[in-house]
Design a protein around this ligand. Structure first.
Ligand SMILES: Nc1ncnc2c1ncn2[C@@H]1O[C@H](COP(=O)(O)OP(=O)(O)O)[C@@H](O)[C@H]1O
Ligand SMILES: O=P(O)(O)OC[C@H](O)CO
Length: 498
C-alpha cells in the first residue's frame, strides 16, 4: 500500500491539508478559509474551535479525495501561523477566549511599560532573540490572564493550558493526551530561552505567567505521539511540527548557512539559515530557532512583515476593486507604473526593521490621473519594497550579498510581483515548482523522523526551479523608487508620532 505524509498547514487565513509522496509531489489537497475577527481597531482574533474544525475537516477531505485512509499515512507533520495564542480549560477542552492572532496590537501599551523595566529589553533580546513587541505570544497570554474573568486563579490552580496553534492541534488530535510545542514555535513566544532550550523563569516572572500552563518543548522532527483513533478511524503518528516560516525555510531546503527564503502569504517573512550559532541583529531583525533536528538546533535571522498578501485581500474585501487576489496581476500590468502612488500597508503597525505598533496605513502621491490600476500596482509594489527593506538589513547583519532569493507562498504565484521584486532588489528571484514549501517543510520534518526520507540529502533533490526572474530596471529608476518608498514610510511613522 502506498504511503504518504500528511501535512497540516494552519495558516492565518485558511486551514490546509496536503498529502505528499516521496518525490515531494502533492497527491491531494483540501483547503478551507475561516473567519477573521476584528473586534476593535488593531485587534485580530480567530475562533480556536473553528481552527480545529476546519483543520480536521480538510484532513479528512484530503484523504477522501483520493480514496485513502489513515493506513496510507506514514506520519503527520504540522505547521502553523506562529505566535497566535490559545488558552483552554484542560478539563473541558474548551478555549476560555478567542485565539489572539499574531497581527493583534492590543498589548502594545503593555509592551511600552515592559520596555521601561530596567534591563528587560536587553534580557529579552539575549535570552529569546526577540524584541519586546505585541507580535509575540507572551504579552497576549498575559492579556488573557488579566482580562478573562477567573483566568488567573484557574491558571494558578493548574486548570488552564496555553499553546500556540501546533500545540492546540496536537492536543486536540490526541484528545487531550499530548501537550507539547516544538522549539521553532516556542522561540516565538518571548518566554523561551533559545540558548538553553527551556522556558525562561525570569521572563515568566516578569510577565506573571505560571510555568505549569506551558507545553513541553521538543525538537521539530520527532515522535510526539499518535492521533486518537476516533479522528481518522485509526492512530497515526504525529512526527513533525514547526512554525510556518521555519517550515518554509526547510521546505526550500535552505539547509546551509547563508541560504535565504522569502514567503509571501498574509504577511511576508524572510529567513536566513545561520547554522548552529544564534546571530544577533544590529538592524531590527529577529534571532529565532529554525528547527531542532538530529539532536541539534539550528538558528535563523528573520525579517517579519505584518501585512503583505493581506493588503491584496484588503483591495478585494474592503475596497471591492478585485474579485480575487490573482486579478491584481492583470490590473497592475495594465499600467506601466504606479503613477507616483505609494501604499504603505501599516494596517497593524510596522514590523521589521521599523517595529512601530502605532504606525498606520497610508496612500500617498495621488494625483487626478491616478486610477484603481495604479492603486493595485502600488499595493503589489508595497510587498516588494518591504522585502527590499528586509534584504538590506539582512545583508548588513550577515555580511553576505545575496546572489538569488528563493521565494514561495500564495502571492509568489504573481509573476508581475516577482518581476517587480527582482527589479527593486537588483537580485535574481527564484521560484520553485512547489510554492507550498511551508507544508512541504512540515512533511519533510515528519518524514525524516519516521524513515520515510533517509536524510536531508534525500529531500534536496526534490527542489526544482519553476521560474527565475532577472532584474531589468535601470539603476536610476530603482534608486528613485526606493527613495520614494522611504519617504512614504516616514509619513506612516509620522502619523504614529502625532
Ligand atoms: N496571484 C496573487 N497575487 C497577489 N496576491 C495573492 C495571489 N494569490 C494569493 N495572494 C495573496 O496571498 C495570500 C495567501 O497566501 P497563503 O500562502 O495561502 O497565505 P497564509 O498562509 O498566510 O494564509 C493572501 O493574502 C492573498 O491575498
Ligand atoms: O499565515 P502566514 O503564512 O502569513 O504566517 C504567519 C506567521 O507565522 C506569523 O508570524
Amino acid at each position: 500500500m502506498e504511503k504518504f505524509i500528511m501535512a497540516l498547514d494552519q495558516g492565518t487565513t485558511s486551514s490546509r491539508c496536503i498529502l505528499y509522496n516521496k518525490k515531494g509531489e502533492i497527491v491531494s489537497l483540501a483547503q478551507k478559509e475561516f473567519l477573521q475577527l476584528y473586534p476593535h481597531a488593531g485587534w485580530v482574533e480567530h475562533d480556536p474551535m473553528e481552527i480545529w474544525s476546519t483543520q480536521v475537516g480538510v484532513a479528512q477531505e484530503a484523504l477522501y479525495k483520493i480514496d485513502a485512509t489513515y493506513e496510507n499515512i506514514q506520519a503527520i507533520g504540522i505547521t502553523n501561523q506562529r505566535e497566535t495564542t490559545v488558552v483552554w480549560d484542560k478539563h473541558t477542552g474548551l478555549p476560555i477566549y478567542n485565539a489572539i492572532v499574531w497581527q493583534c496590537r492590543r498589548t502594545a501599551e503593555y509592551c511600552d511599560q515592559l520596555k521601561t523595566r530596567e534591563g528587560l529589553i536587553e534580557k529579552v533580546k539575549s535570552k529569546t532573540g526577540l524584541l519586546i513587541d505585541a507580535y509575540f505570544s507572551g504579552t497576549k497570554l498575559h492579556w488573557i490572564l488579566e482580562h478573562v474573568p477567573g483566568a488567573r486563579e484557574k491558571a494558578k490552580n493548574g486548570d488552564l493550558l496555553f499553546g500556540t496553534i501546533e500545540t492546540w492541534l496536537i492536543w486536540k488530535l490526541s484528545m487531550g493526551k499530548i501537550h507539547v510545542t516544538d522549539y521553532s514555535n516556542a522561540s516565538r513566544t518571548m518566554l523561551f530561552n533559545i540558548n538553553t532550550l527551556q522556558w525562561d523563569e525570569e521572563i515568566l516572572a516578569e510577565l506573571d505567567i505560571p510555568a505549569g500552563m506551558l507545553p513541553e518543548p521538543k525538537p521539530s522532527s520527532c515522535l510526539y505521539g499518535t492521533t486518537d483513533p476516533v479522528i481518522f478511524g485509526g492512530s497515526v503518528q504525529i512526527a513533525g511540527a514547526a512554525g510556518d516560516q521555519q517550515a518554509a525555510l526547510f521546505g526550500q531546503t535552505c539547509f546551509k548557512e547563508g541560504e535565504v527564503k522569502n514567503t509571501y502569504g498574509t504577511g511576508c517573512f524572510m529567513l536566513m539559515n545561520t547554522g548552529e550559532k544564534p546571530v544577533q541583529s544590529q538592524n531590527g531583525l529577529l534571532t529565532t530557532i529554525a528547527w531542532g533536528l538530529d539532536g541539534k538546533v539550528e538558528y535563523a535571522l528573520e525579517g517579519s512583515i505584518f501585512v503583505a498578501g493581506a493588503a491584496v485581500q484588503w483591495l478585494r474585501d474592503e475596497l471591492g476593486i478585485l474579485h480575487d487576489s490573482a486579478e491584481s496581476e492583470a490590473m497592475a500590468a495594465s499600467v506601466t507604473d504606479s503613477n507616483g502612488v505609494y501604499v504603505v500597508p501599516a494596517f497593524v503597525g510596522l514590523g521589521a526593521p521599523y517595529w512601530n505598533p502605532y504606525a498606520r496605513g497610508t496612500i500617498l502621491g495621488i494625483t487626478r490621473g491616478a486610477n484603481k490600476n495604479h492603486l493595485v500596482r502600488a499595493t503589489l509594489e508595497s510587498l516588494a519594497y518591504q522585502t527590499a527593506d528586509l534584504l538590506q538589513a539582512m545583508e548588513e547583519d550577515s555580511g553576505i550579498k545575496l546572489a538569488a532569493l528563493k521565494v514561495d507562498g500564495g502571492a509568489s504565484a504573481n509573476n508581475l510581483l516577482m518581476q517587480i521584486q527582482a527589479d527593486l532588489l537588483d537580485t535574481m528571484v527564484q521560484r520553485p515548482m512547489c510554492i507550498e514549501t511551508t507544508s512541504l517543510g512540515a512533511a519533510y520534518l515528519a518524514g525524516l523522523a519516521t524513515g520515510y526520507w533517509k536524510d536531508k540529502e534525500d529531500v534536496v533533490q526534490n527542489w526544482q526551479i519553476d521560474q527565475t526572474f532577472a532584474p531589468s530596471l535601470p539603476q536610476e529608476t530603482r534608486q528613485s523608487m526606493l527613495k520614494g518608498w522611504k519617504r512614504a514610510v516616514r509619513c506612516a511613522l509620522a502619523w504614529a508620532e502625532e
